[in-house]
Design a binder for this molecule. Structure first.
Ligand SMILES: C[S@@+](CC[C@H](N)C(=O)[O-])C[C@H]1O[C@@H](n2cnc3c(N)ncnc32)[C@H](O)[C@@H]1O
Length: 245
């Protein structure tokens, strides 16, 4: 499918997101609207604060289907912003694509729709998210172009042509280590599409975001030492990078 058509389909109904959610969760549309309405603060309230031993435990064991609701509400209410992130990835995506922390699958599904993409490797630590996106891929007839993993190692791919990691780095214990890992699995001509939001919010809406000064400054040092930005004209926070050394 052509890039413009992919983005248009997203802006029409977010790739049938609400239908998929209602079917996957077996809930009526009235209940679904309630489920989506309070999603952001419900997710925030689940966070155990300083009692959390490892950041990853939150996404693996605690969020349940609350993260689906939070992400769905966000993708529906911020359609134009998400559409721009799709325009960005469609500009670069080709061949073997890694979507790391793929969430509800908007970007992975859009990449799977592209004729330039051979296969999308969807990696997410959250089992419900993986199962939901697998369900969506079948529903959209894209199942041959997507596969689902708990970690990058499980994919058994040594080099990817495109890496998409959107709104994930701030959720990791060690974001610098993650981009060092990306560096190892990129070819010289590969592109990584990244963004981050190292901020817990004005009212602690994002208690799960990492904001420690030392972690953030190390992240920027590692980014600048290892990657060079490839300019794109979209007015969004996501950036595109090649390997620098
Ligand atoms: C805020 S969501 C972003 C989802 C999606 N990329 C988007 O832009 O909508 C963060 C995602 O990262 C996943 N995640 C968190 N820690 C992870 C880890 N260590 N490995 C893989 N996925 C992780 C979460 O389960 C969640 O789906």
């Amino acid at each position: 499918m052509e890039d413009k058509q992919i983005v248009r389909q997203f802006t029409q109904n977010a790739f049938e997101l609400k239908n998929h959610l209602a079917q996957f969760l077996s809930i009526e549309s009235v209940e679904l609207d309630k489920f989506l309405k309070n999603a952001k603060m419900e997710l925030a309230n689940l966070h155990p604060g300083d009692n959390l031993f490892d950041c990853a435990d939150f996404y693996k064991d605690i969020v349940g289907d609350k993260h689906l609701a939070d992400l769905a509400a966000w993708h529906i209410s911020s359609k134009e912003y998400i559409a721009d992130t799709l325009r960005l990835q469609q500009n670069f995506s080709k061949d073997l694509v890694l979507d790391f922390g793929g969430g509800i699958g908007t970007h992975a599904l859009a990449n799977a729709m592209s004729d330039r993409v051979e296969h999308v490797f969807f990696v997410d630590i959250n089992k419900t998210n993986r199962e939901f996106v697998e369900y969506r891929s079948k529903n959209l007839g894209l199942e041959k172009k997507l596969s689902f993993y708990n970690s990058i190692e499980e994919t058994k791919i040594s080099k990817f042509d495109t890496i998409v990691c959107l709104d994930v780095l701030e959720h990791l214990e060690d974001p610098s280590n993650q981009i060092k890992n990306f560096h190892k699995i990129m070819k010289d001509e590969s592109i990584a599409i990244l963004n981050w939001y190292f901020f817990k919010g004005e009212n602690n809406e994002y208690p799960f975001h990492v904001d420690a000064e030392d972690v953030v400054s190390t992240f920027f040092r590692v980014l600048q030492e290892n990657f060079i930005e490839v300019f794109h004209p979209l007015l969004i926070t996501a950036r595109s990078y090649r390997k620098f050394n």
